[in-house]
Design a protein around this ligand. Sequence first.
Ligand code: CMP
Length: 141
Amino acid sequence: MQQTLAIIKPDAVQGGKAGAILAHLEAVGFVARAAKMARLTRVEAETFYAVHRERPFYVSLVEFMTSGPCIVLVLERDDAVVYLREVIGATDPVEAVEGTVRKLYAESKERNAIHASDSPETAVREIAYFFSEAELTRLWA
Ligand code: CMP
């Protein structure tokens, strides 16, 4: 079993799509090991997306990610990182395969409903960014 981080983004939460997205992820075999609703601060969003800070969309992305609450999830199943990326589809919903989360629920390349960790190393770092070890352990003890 492997864990990965997903963020149901402000567009999807505000649009009332969070429940459908979580149901979609559970239906394909993910188990939610942790979840929290969070309104990211500017510094949190800037830090989380620091890898994109030179990109032209960075300022707008930070603005969007702080515009309302997100739902942050630790999801588990076998091959979780690769499989979640497959299930959510391409960054741009126009390019996403039919039936993927972004094809079904995203508004645009920026307001694209969900984030997923892009590698096992990133998943470990991103999970630790939002959840303490003690918090994760206590949930299932
Ligand atoms: P995510 O998978 O969270 O990773 C980085 C985010 O930046 C991406 O989803 C989109 O929300 C956003 N993004 C990536 N590329 C673009 C782009 N070309 N224009 C606007 N937003 C983008």
